[in-house]
Design a binder for this molecule. Structure first.
Ligand code: HEM
Length: 209
């Protein structure tokens, strides 16, 4: 099975290099945002928003790579598929920075943080973080033997859709504040459609052969 094979391979130097490069770029960007901010709280809030957006980009690459190859096989889409794991891990790193910035925000400005979040938020966000941690921890060699291919696949598929919903909700609820938030919502819907069309095509080919 294709997915199981992907889980059994060692993290290649290429994956490590790509994750390292993406994480470094992100850290430089975060640092520049902090340095450019007028005060520490504004800087931290900027980092929260910045990492939410970088996380979305990394997540979308990992979420759609396989569907893109299925629909438009070519060197570019194959490159994306080859680096899918690296983008998944870069997403986990970016979201770890999101979490670190959230903790800093809560410490620096408890009142401001309370206005921006709720208990429900923290529970649903906490579940998302649990999925992210489990998915990152099982991205390496040995996970398939430890969990079994079916459970591993179930974890990664459930986690991916849970994260997709989390992005839809967190970006979607900001649309009344700014119409610009329509863009990530539309891109998320397009990514989902892409996956569904690719799966439909794959099933159609399998049934016809
Ligand atoms: C316990 C978990 C989480 C907490 C407490 C939390 C908290 C926050 C806060 C306070 C903001 C607003 C920052 C500001 O405007 O100053 C924010 C923004 C955001 N968060 Fe999180 N977050 C959590 C997890 C997540 C997760 C799991 C996702 C998505 C997978 C996510 C996606 C976003 C997005 C999309 C934004 C909006 C960014 C923007 O305005 O462009 N967050 N978060």
């Amino acid at each position: 099975m294709k997915t199981a094979v992907a889980f059994t391979t060692h993290p290649s130097p290429r994956t490590a290099r790509t994750v390292g490069a993406l994480s470094l770029l992100l850290l430089v960007w975060v640092l520049s945002a902090l340095l450019a901010a007028s005060d520490p709280v504004q800087g931290i809030r900027m980092v929260i928003r910045l990492t939410a957006r970088t996380s979305l980009v990394f997540f979308l690459v990992a979420f759609t790579a396989s569907a893109l190859v299925q629909l438009w096989r070519g060197p570019r889409t194959q490159w994306l598929l080859l680096h899918r794991r690296a983008f998944g891990l870069a997403f986990a790193f970016s979201h770890a920075v999101h979490l670190a910035a959230i903790v800093a925000f809560a410490r620096l400005d408890a009142t401001g943080f309370a206005q921006q979040s709720s208990l429900g938020n923290m529970i649903t966000g906490g579940i998302a973080y649990l999925f992210i941690a489990l998915m990152a921890a099982t991205s390496w060699d040995g996970a398939v033997r430890w969990l079994g291919a079916r459970w591993l696949q179930l974890l990664h598929i459930t986690g991916a859709y849970y994260i997709w919903v989390s992005f839809m909700v967190t970006f979607g609820k900001r649309i009344p504040v700014s119409a610009g938030y329509m863009l990530p919502v539309v891109v998320l819907v397009a990514a989902l459609i892409l996956r569904l069309v690719a799966r439909y095509r794959k099933n159609a080919v399998a049934h016809s052969s």
